[in-house]
Design a protein around this ligand. Structure first.
Ligand SMILES: O=C(O)CCC(=O)C(=O)O
Ligand SMILES: [Fe+2]
Length: 362
């Protein structure tokens, strides 16, 4: 009897989100990091399946300890609590550097590329409304001429900030490498195929703070969001969210579906450069951050009904991973060919691609 069942192809995964044809799994990454070759293979197949279908997944047992993540969140919150003039003194300057503090309204996330007319129209309209967020961008340390904008000269907490973020940057870099190994195996390539493409760590750690906001702001302006609809640019993004909620992912039906926070997981999504690299076999899915979903909590309900109340601050941490700046990105072997699909894009260096995209955004 059992012998007639199709063989299990994928590592057993739990479905975290399933709505409007959008399915986002939770994948236990432990067996990839510590398991047998067969375990690794199963996880790798699940990872690639998720990237090819929704473009999003949650990873559990990803190797970044929860205590570290919570310390980074605390350090981030203390940074954003600094006086505005201190933060302004560390401001972001150019797309080439992409380092420093970005105050509310500076980044225009909603872009109008590659989407149908309705989406483009909505994006264009919402472009005039600034995102309700501030960010701190941290790039690879030690790149000549592109210093990070550390607050280390300000005080002891500024020095601590630098140490905490540098160490977290390296942990996330290691996780990026492992996820790329899973992608390699899942695409029938040697496990270390992407290592030379990502070993420089030309990544970007973005701390995000969405300030507390009066609920009426959203009620009075239906187009107001915390972060406008967009896709990410690079290979993959590792997204750590607090428990507030508000992240939404665009479904194949065009609706936005809540990507509910799940404790101790990291949300991983594919970016535009990985989609291009995979000859569009992997999806870079659009997403946004809106007001937190309605809670059924009685106190909240009362506050809602008389029109008062605020949504509390939300913090998140996005680690945008990229191939090495100088790497030529050409379609991954096995993603094109006469009998499969035509090659869609010419080669481009990762650095040129990202600067082009960032230039259009700021
Ligand atoms: O804050 C979040 O949850 C998402 C942020 C995001 O998508 C981005 O900064 O690209
Ligand atoms: Fe994003």
């Amino acid at each position: 009897m059992e012998g007639n069942l199709p063989q299990q192809q994928c590592h057993p995964v739990t479905t975290a989100i399933e709505k409007d044809d959008l399915v986002i799994p939770i994948i236990d990454f432990g067996p990839f990091l510590h398991g047998t070759p067969a375990d690794k293979h199963e996880v790798a197949m699940s990872v690639v399946h998720a990237f090819k279908t929704s473009g999003f997944l949650y990873l559990s047992n990803h190797g970044v300890p929860p205590s570290v993540v919570s310390h980074v969140f605390g350090t981030s919150a203390r940074f954003f609590a600094r006086p505005q003039d201190q933060k302004d003194s560390l401001c972001w300057t150019t797309p080439q550097a992409n380092r420093g503090y970005v105050k509310t309204g500076q980044e225009k996330l909603s872009t109008v590329e590659d989407v149908d007319d309705d989406v483009a129209a909505a994006a264009a309209e919402s472009r005039s409304i600034p995102d309700l967020k501030e960010t701190m961008e941290i790039g690879r340390e030690g790149v000549e001429g592109l210093p990070n904008r550390w607050p280390e000269h300000l005080d002891a907490a500024g020095k601590e900030f630098k140490a905490v973020m540098l160490s977290f940057f390296e942990m996330c870099k290691a996780l990026h490498t492992e996820v790329m190994r899973a992608i390699a195996l899942g695409m029938h390539l040697p496990e270390h195929y992407f290592d030379p493409y990502v070993d420089a760590g030309d990544n970007n750690l973005r701390l995000l703070h969405y300030p507390a906001v009066d609920k009426r702001v959203f009620r009075h302006n239906p187009l107001q969001v915390r972060a406008g609809e967009h896709s990410d640019y690079g290979s993959i993004t590792l997204l750590f969210q607090d428990g507030r909620g508000g992240l939404q992912v665009r479904s194949p039906r065009g609706t936005f579906v809540d990507a509910t926070p799940i404790a101790d997981t990291v949300v991983v999504n594919a970016g535009d450069l990985l989609a291009r690299w995979s000859n569009d076999t992997i999806k870079s899915t659009r997403h946004r951050v809106v007001e937190p979903p309605k809670v059924v909590d009685e106190d909240e309900k009362d506050a809602d009904e008389d029109g008062s109340g605020v949504y509390p601050d939300r913090y998140s941490i996005a680690y945008f991973c990229n191939p090495n700046n100088d790497q030529m990105i050409e379609a991954i072997p096995g993603t094109y060919g006469e009998d499969i699909r035509p090659l869609k894009y010419p080669g481009i260096t990762a650095g040129d691609y990202l600067v082009q995209r960032l230039t259009a955004t700021y």
